[in-house]
Design a protein around this ligand. Structure first.
Ligand SMILES: *Cc1c(COP(=O)(O)O)cnc(C)c1O
Length: 369
């Protein structure tokens, strides 16, 4: 599947699975090809009975998986002669749209719920030259506004309702299968607007249909307890969670997320903010992988399923010899530095003297023999 030489980005690598032609101008930041890391420490700590891998999407060019979809959406917008793209965003879609639009030499407009956006994401949007519209409201309000504008003005919608976003994002599933030699038995991920679970399931289905992989995973999706419309079965008017990337009350891809869950024999469940923060600290302190809070919902969710006996039941029902779980870590920890500082120990204060610092640290010189 993969050509030789330096990684050319998602479109060139998976061209045969994507709706592009030789005429499509490829706008890429060489996204994709992110690490699939074994996570033995987290596996042991949460008591998962099968190997765990982390798909570290924070390693994408703008620090989240959104780049996989944005390379497609912006390339196709350019192909169709559009000169501006627009999105509603909790931050990462905006950062990615702004970067790819800058690279394509077109305009980007992003509508953000200003009170709930992580600083790193806002910094990216402004640096890439997006026109930033900050609204008093939440993501669902922002999306409503953007849908109204993009259907009435010559501006291309690049939220995940844009089918090219989903097309690009399915490349994450391809990479996992390429790396493991087959699909994993389970895939865990956060669910917000539900485009990504839709995209991953589509990718797994297509690789299976093409005979590249021999099985499909059970899709395990996790929503924050205060923002769990799919789990509750109705929209949430005022969603609440510290995981701002999944602070969404009325997901655009609701139906296809349910289809991914049901067709795969998986589930969509809730995790609390406390469980998310615990997983957030666990990942960074034991595996060296720093993610934003929404991403930690994958691990919080797996931990919850272990506690509830889910994997025990699965094992009794019979698992393949080489079964493993992959957790999608959707975004980089540096996106939301305020949350990290607020949830970790304070630095130790000391005078600028080596002896004083050593004393405070409780260090002793080795005895001479
Ligand atoms: C966008 C995003 C999500 C949610 O993905 P959906 O496709 O909206 O379900 C989760 N985590 C991060 C870091 C994101 O940027």
């Amino acid at each position: 599947m993969k050509p030789g030489g330096p990684w050319p980005g998602v479109i060139e690598t998976y061209r045969e699975f994507l709706p592009v032609t030789d005429e499509t101008p490829v706008i890429t930041l060489r996204e994709g090809n992110t690490p699939l890391l074994p996570a033995p420490a987290v596996q042991e700590r949460i008591g998962l009975p099968i190997p765990l891998y982390l798909k570290y999407e924070g390693a994408n060019p703008t620090g989240s998986f959104k780049d996989r979809g944005m390379t497609m959406a912006v390339s196709k917008a350019l192909e169709e002669g559009q000169r501006a793209v627009m999105c509603a965003s909790t931050g990462n879609t905006a950062a990615s749209a702004a970067a790819y639009a800058a690279r394509a030499g077109i305009e980007s407009i992003v509508v953000l719920p200003v009170r709930y956006i992580a600083m790193g994401k806002l910094a990216q949007s402004v640096m890439h030259g997006a026109r930033v519209v900050a609204i008093e409201g939440n993501f669902d309000d922002a999306l409503r506004i953007v849908l109204a504008i993009t259907s009435n003005y010559p501006v291309q919608l690049v939220n995940s309702l844009n089918p090219y976003r989903i097309e690009g994002q399915k490349s994450g599933a391809f990479e996992i299968c390429d790396a493991l030699g087959d699909a994993p038995a389970y895939q865990a991920m956060p669910v917000g607007n539900a485009g990504n679970i839709t995209a991953y399931w589509k990718g797994y289905q297509e690789y299976y249909a093409a005979g590249v992989s021999r099985r499909r995973p059970k899709m395990l999706g996790f929503q924050a307890e205060g923002a769990a419309p799919i789990v509750r079965g109705h929209p949430i008017a005022d969603p609440q969670t510290i995981a701002t990337a999944i602070k969404i009350g009325n997901p655009a891809s609701w139906k296809s997320a349910e289809a991914a869950r049901d067709e795969s024999g998986g589930l969509i469940e809730t995790v609390t903010d406390d469980e998310i923060l615990e997983a957030y600290r666990l990942l960074s302190s034991t595996e060296g992988v720093f993610v934003e809070p929404a991403s930690a919902a994958s691990i919080a969710g797996l931990a919850k399923l272990v506690r509830e006996g889910y994997f025990q039941r699965e094992m009794e029902a019979g698992l393949p010899e080489d079964a493993c779980a992959v957790a999608i870590l959707t975004g980089h920890g540096l996106k939301d530095p305020d949350r990290a500082i607020a949830s970790a120990a304070e630095p130790i204060e000391a005078e600028a003297e080596a002896d004083k610092v050593a004393e405070i640290l409780g260090l002793r010189r080795p005895a001479l023999v």
